[in-house]
Write a protein that binds this ligand. Structure first.
Ligand SMILES: Cc1ncc(COP(=O)(O)O)c(C=O)c1O
Length: 399
């Protein structure tokens, strides 16, 4: 697909103006919370005004129509049947919904990896406290030499550990931005007859998804990260073989109606964020869709990553190129100057922003500090140049 012609070129000043970023701010951390373009935010405000003017009409009449358009767009975007797809707030809710509905028994095991997202680790720790579930962690050491290394690790683990009932598998890992070879991994799980819930927080918009062919049992993915919706908006896909087994976390007035009613109406709440999805998909497609976004990101990364690594005296995360996330890359950081060493990585994001007006993800894993760079349609090489200068300054590499 190519840019429809109604939108400016990726990386241009005009494209940047379609988003509500302040002039002097450089945003290189789209992967954290996403950004919605102005036209989507304006539409949400329209919906909010409509809701506020006549709440009864909104909830009793307009709701079903808005929901129907939203769920239709969601299912189409992720290649799913509407019957198996539910619009929810975020990936965390999706994975929680699955794990808490499954009625696992004490001593049943849930498998994660050393790169799993903290909220999911916490969810399983809670299930350990409340239900006696046993968390298991597959260590994915770095460097990764091949996709098969990961596939074989899962195979070996499942051969040796037969109490694993379900694994939560990241499609793209969070701090390390590793694109896991999902189809090959899912073949292994099929062989061992172990259920899988895919944490696809970074999937929709960054990867082409097809729920009709995926061998997973469940998939939770965010639209608000890479799909341009207002925050928060996500989906939970439930394989038809688990129909009726997974219930929303909240029981509402609609609990005797269809699963769609039950997932969409969880008591009175504002779901205008969800209802921005059909327009967000139009925006995504209008700017050219996945191909244009990938090309834009790749053009920037192919220059930016070697340039940054040279300036910092570091290397990119050592993984196969096929396992690099399309819109996010991770590079090593030099040891922090003494006075900054005690600052945790997430606080460093804010500290660095105060000094530089640049939003970028500092992370720490495998005992080392890392930088995760996100590229979206509004970014260009100047953003990365500014980042490079600010990092060199911050780390005093020239002194
Ligand atoms: C792999 C992964 N899982 C889950 C999440 C949580 O996403 P949310 O807070 O939208 O639920 C993230 C967020 O960055 C993530 O990277």
């Amino acid at each position: 697909m190519c840019n429809s012609g109604t939108y400016p070129k990726p990386g241009s000043d005009e494209m940047r103006k379609l988003f509500r970023q302040k002039e002097d701010v450089v945003m290189l951390n789209h992967g954290a919370y996403g950004l919605a373009p102005n036209e989507i935010l304006d539409y949400r405000i329209e919906l909010l005004q409509e809701q506020e003017q006549l709440p009864d009409t909104w909830f009793r009449v307009k709701y079903e129509q808005n929901y129907s358009e939203t769920i239709t767009a969601a299912a189409k975007f992720v290649g799913a049947d509407i019957a198996d797809t539910f619009v929810i707030d975020n990936a965390t809710t999706g994975i929680n919904t699955v794990l808490k509905s499954l009625r696992l028994q004490p001593q049943d095991e849930i498998l994660l990896t050393s790169h799993s997202y903290q909220a999911i680790k916490n969810t399983i720790d809670e299930l350990q406290q409340t239900h006696g579930i046993v968390p298991r962690l597959l260590d994915v050491p770095l460097p990764i030499k091949s996709e098969d290394q990961i596939v074989d690790m899962y195979d070996k683990f499942l051969s040796e550990n037969t109490s694993v009932k379900i694994a939560v598998i990241d499609h793209i890992t969070s701090p390390s931005a590793i694109l896991l070879p999902l189809d090959k991994i899912l073949d292994v799980f099929e062989k061992h007859k172990v259920m899988t819930a895919i944490d696809g927080a970074h999937g929709p918009g960054q990867l082409k998804l097809n729920m009709k062919t995926i061998k997973a049992d469940f998939y939770a993915g965010n639209f608000h990260k890479w799909g341009y919706t207002a925050r928060s908006c996500a989906f939970l896909w439930i394989s038809p073989k688990h129909k009726g087994k997974i219930l929303p976390l909240v029981t509402s007035n609609c609990s005797h109606q269809t699963m769609h009613h039950r997932f969409s109406y969880m008591g009175t709440r504002d779901t205008s964020n969800h209802f921005t999805l059909p327009k967000a998909v139009q925006f995504y497609e209008g700017i050219g869709g996945l191909e244009v976004l990938k090309k834009h990101a790749e053009e920037i990364f192919s220059w930016a990553i070697p340039m940054l690594c040279k300036a910092l005296g570091t290397k990119p995360l050592d993984i196969p190129d096929t396992m690099r996330a399309p819109f996010m890359r991770v590079i090593g950081l030099p040891p922090l100057p003494e006075k900054l060493r005690a600052i945790p990585a997430d606080k460093l994001i804010v500290e660095f922003f105060k000094k530089s007006s640049i939003m970028i993800a500092f992370n720490s894993f495998d005992g080392k500090p890392w930088l995760r760079l996100s590229i979206n349609v509004y970014n260009n090489n100047h953003d990365v140049e500014k980042l490079c200068n600010a990092l060199v300054d911050y780390y005093q590499l020239t002194s």
